[in-house]
Design a binder for this molecule. Structure first.
Ligand code: SF4
Ligand code: SF4
Ligand code: FES
Length: 328
């Protein structure tokens, strides 16, 4: 067994008594078999009984022990302490998932997370016989459709890593979208339509995601929330609940452009999704694109068509025709 001295700079705050948070330093002789949760336990048991954090299962299942180490979201019971020092050196900074929501040390107020989770109806809605004669099974193929969404443990790491959550209180967030997809794709469920409608609304829904991948980076279970967000986009079109807005028209603009030319018409996508007035917002970018030769100065004018046509256009148009699900 190897050991080494590790310096822990730990976020401390008691919302009842402290005006501002502060950091307290602890020096621990750490062994190579300890996980970060062991270090939290040792701070509490060996140094300060008032130190507070959440934990329950110690097996990466309950999602309670999510914290940040040097800014990286982790489950404290899953990450080996030595491996953390290999990543960040022998001084580790321990912080809660969201400092502005801290109640006591590592414990945060997760009420916004749970409210958004609840808003997507995170359970199977079905008219089920209370005394069934056999299990209500789904096939292997139907199970595969869930991808890894069913492995989410609601730890909140993705939610509190999401920049949109920080600026938009309405936004459901990546974990709620994973849950929405999980139950919307369940063949036993009867609330798919409502779930898709809720996640199609501007402000709260999937179209406000800026595809920054922070949620993907943060997830300790390696779930890919963006994949589920993209599936929800498609399902909304299939169920005809996608509502016309800049984001959905932008998505549709791609199809329209490919159908017409077999190539992407960058200027047309902007005009189609934002209109001629909206186009003025992008004049700076357009100028750079003209200089780089990506677009022509008169692209976007309705009577001008500068984009060449693919020699396989007919085949491309046919493929789009058979695969397209919905028009706004
Ligand atoms: S990809 Fe979307 S949901 Fe994920 S963190 Fe970024 S904005 Fe949030
Ligand atoms: S998707 Fe991953 S990070 Fe987000 S709540 Fe579920 S397990 Fe945690
Ligand atoms: S204590 Fe349950 S996930 Fe860490």
């Amino acid at each position: 067994m190897h050991t080494k001295k590790v310096t822990l700079k730990v976020f401390r705050f008691n919302a009842k008594t402290d005006y501002l948070p502060y950091y307290k330093t602890y020096e621990l002789e750490v062994s190579d078999h300890e996980v970060m949760l062991d270090l939290l336990n040792r701070i509490k048991w060996e140094y300060d009984g008032s130190f507070s954090y959440r934990r329950s299962c110690r097996h990466g299942i309950c999602g309670a022990c999510g914290i940040k180490v040097n800014g990286k979201s982790i489950l404290a019971c899953k990450e080996n302490a030595f491996e953390m020092t290999h990543l960040f050196g022998d001084e580790l900074i321990l912080e809660p998932q969201s400092k502005k929501r801290a109640i006591k040390d590592m414990i945060i107020d997760k009420s916004d997370f749970w409210a958004k989770h609840e808003a997507v109806t995170p359970y199977v809605v079905a008219d089920i016989d209370e005394h069934p004669e056999h299990e209500n099974q789904i096939s292997q193929a139907q199970l595969a459709q869930m991808l890894d969404a069913d492995y989410c443990i609601q730890c909140g790491a993705c939610h509190y890593a999401c920049p949109v959550i920080e600026v938009n209180d309405e936004f459901f967030g990546p974990a709620a979208f994973v849950a929405a997809y999980r139950f919307a794709i369940d063949s036993r469920d009867n609330a798919t339509h409502e779930r898709l409608k809720a996640t199609a609304q501007m402000g709260q829904g999937v179209w406000d995601c800026v595809k920054c991948f922070e949620c993907q980076e943060a997830c300790p279970k390696d779930i890919a929330p963006i994949e589920k967000i993209t599936r929800l986009h498609t399902m909304q079109f299939e169920h005809k609940v996608a509502v016309p807005n800049i984001a959905t028209r932008h998505a549709e603009g791609f199809v329209r452009s490919i159908k017409k030319h077999g190539f992407l018409d960058e200027a047309d996508i902007v005009v189609y999704s934002e209109g001629y007035l909206g186009m003025y917002k992008h004049l700076k970018t357009a100028y750079k694109m003209i200089k780089a030769g990506k677009i022509h100065w008169n692209d976007g004018l309705p009577w001008v068509d500068n984009v060449p046509k693919s020699k396989n256009l007919e085949e491309i148009a046919k493929l789009i025709e058979i695969s397209q699900t919905n028009k706004l």
